[in-house]
Design a binder for this molecule. Sequence first.
Ligand SMILES: [Zn+2]
Ligand SMILES: [Zn+2]
Length: 571
Amino acid sequence: MQIAPEFEAWTQAPADDELRLIPIGGLGEFGMNALVVHSARSLFLVDCGQLFPSDDQPGIDSIVPDFAYLEPFADQLQAVLLTHGHEDHIGALPYFLRRWPIPVYGTAFTLGLVENKLREHDLDARLLRPVKDYGRVKIGEGEIEAEWIPVTHSIPDACALVLHTPQGVVVHSGDFKLDPEPLDGRFTGLPRLKALGDAGVRLLMADSTNVGRPGRSPSESVCREGLEAAFEQTQGRLFITTFSSNIHRLQTVVDLAYEFRRRVVLLGRSLDRNLTLARTLKRLDLPDDILVDVKDAHLFDKDELVVLCTGSQGEPMSGLARLLRREVKGLPMEPGDRLVVSARAIPGNEVAISHMLDTAERLGAETSIEGLGPVHASGHGSRDELADLIQAVRPQQMVPVHGTYRNLRAHGKLAADLGWPTERISLLDGGLCLRLFKDGRVDMPGVVPVGKCFVHEGVDHMVDARVVQDRLILQEDGVVFATLLVDPQTGELAATPTILSRGFVMLSDDEAYAELLAGVARKAYNEAPPEVRKNGEALRDTLRLALRRIIRKTTSTRPLVIPVILEAPPA
Ligand SMILES: [Zn+2]
Ligand SMILES: [Zn+2]
């Protein structure tokens, strides 16, 4: 996959004049954002996100970056700096902090989300260090100072990070857009970024998510229009699903509920948790009497309720999914009701979402949003906003981050179109190291070890990629067991091998086929040289190979084949 050469000296500490920036996740993929910043006297991480597993990673709950690069420098790690509280930026923290309990810096709402997460994992929240907008913190020995600049995004308290380093100023945009009408009145700190640009910025790392969209992303405030129409046009219950961290969207729904005299029911654990946090931090204005417990929902008429639920991506354990399975007592979905999905489909979730909408329609609810007006606005800036950022900061060097490799290239092209010479645009990829030197030199010495680690909740070690591979084979073609009973005295087979299968194209009670496989296993055993018979591993390999070959020839499938060799008990 990786075309760049290995960075051979990666285990050696950086030289005095050198600053390394290494994305160990989040580039060339969506999710798992984590950037290593490393100099002779500083070592810290910007964001520590997770990736949600896809259908081809069965049984995996979370995917987190491989932190192998940090191991040789384990005792020098100083901090984690967070841009904002989305899972693709904070989700790996519980796994990371268990290994490296170091201070975590971020704004109040971000750390509130982290704290909830740490509590779930029985981890100490005393490592959390809150920072205010435009706040500055000296990291480690103080050679590098970090500054948090507010940006508009689909979650409260999102920030860009500025690193004041001996190699110059590094600006990391975080996830951002330039919302001209943010609901909370907290604007992107463009004037500060411009001022930094005036003084000279060495490097800009900027969000590439929406580089493919022309113009500007609509303001969060436009969602009010579509949601208001939904309130107006719905006679029955109104169900709205969105991301539970999108507090501004939830505020819009709460405000409309107040105006349309509907009470709000919350469905989904993360909604409860996030609304409580937002309310405590005064990021959400929620009148006391507007919430109705789900247990009391049956006491209200249909047109007196709006139900906010998790599950906009079709997640099977979400509030909405439970509701659609009719598992929520006293709160059915019926003809006359309406379901509004106030979120975009994250790539990969389209099928689950389509299935969810179908189920709602079967129950008689209206799910079309046609004619309502906008019910969702992206939290990421489109092309013109990305251009505005580049022109505000006017960096010596530009690095696109956060997106697929195509996004990164398109973002680089955008910078080129704005007049940045190609040598000042660096395309990084997972593990590829960028070095800035004090004398102005820039280079990319190669890649460091990176990868994905699989988390299976409740298991305290990482799940090996081969386990996931086996699960995939099981899912695809099933498993075939061949049990051979060997007489320990003679070394010969004591009985005909037994064949057992699960999820394989042939059922175990297909006797003729089982006989065919048993015959192949017997032949492979009988023909194996004595030294192979004595070596369990080699013998199993021989049997596996023979069985796989006949199975592929006769059925064109590749199940997991497991030979089991047992000693026959004395007669
Ligand atoms: Zn985000
Ligand atoms: Zn993100």
